[in-house]
Design a protein around this ligand. Structure first.
Ligand code: ZN
Ligand code: ZN
Length: 181
């Protein structure tokens, strides 16, 4: 990733997760070809997919001039997360492709950083806390052990079901959710 790309709540960056890609495309907000384009979901009246550069997302220009938002803050935002953080996540943070509805996650009264989509293989290569966060999110479905084991084994970064991994910017705790039918 080039050093001059804006910083976002991503680790290591939205290029690694595929939310931003190298592209010669023109940005409809600044009308320049900056070399990078955002590929994730855009909520706006016009179809703005793959038409915005990361700089116009970071400084709020795209959100303001095109009445666009990028990330669903989620239905379960914990108490204590400042509205300024939610505004940043909704209007100045790239989102990511999810099979079902994308949404952000929170910890320590702040928005987390997104680590990317993960499957069984990716989780096995990560710290045990990542798999534990996925297991905790799956536990909410109330399945028995066999169903849970099968689901976790089937997790795939590029197919349904996928785990979406986040990490706290303060205490480094992992959090995750999965798409499930
Ligand atoms: Zn732009
Ligand atoms: Zn935390």
């Amino acid at each position: 990733m080039p050093d001059d790309l804006p910083r976002f709540r991503y680790h290591p960056d939205p290029v690694s997760t595929g939310s931003i890609v190298g592209s010669p495309a023109l940005c409809v907000s600044c009308r320049e070809a900056r070399g990078f384009i955002y590929t994730g979901p855009v909520y706006a009246a016009d179809d703005l997919s793959e038409k915005l550069c990361p700089w116009c997302i970071a400084d709020g220009a795209a959100a303001q001039t095109l009445a666009a938002s990028f990330t669903d803050v989620g239905a379960d935002v914990p108490d204590g997360v400042p509205t300024t953080v939610l505004d940043e996540i909704e209007h100045r943070t790239p989102s990511y492709l999810a099979w079902q509805q994308d949404h952000w996650m929170y910890h320590c009264a702040d928005g987390c950083e997104f680590l990317g989509r993960a499957g069984h293989e990716e989780l096995a290569a990560m710290p045990a806390e990542a798999a534990a966060a996925v297991a905790a999110s799956v536990a909410e479905y109330g399945w028995d052990q066999d169903e849970t084991d099968t689901f976790v084994k089937d997790l795939d970064a590029d197919a349904v079901p996928t785990a979406y991994l986040f990490r706290c910017l303060h205490c480094r705790a992992y959090s995750a959710y999965c798409d499930a039918d």
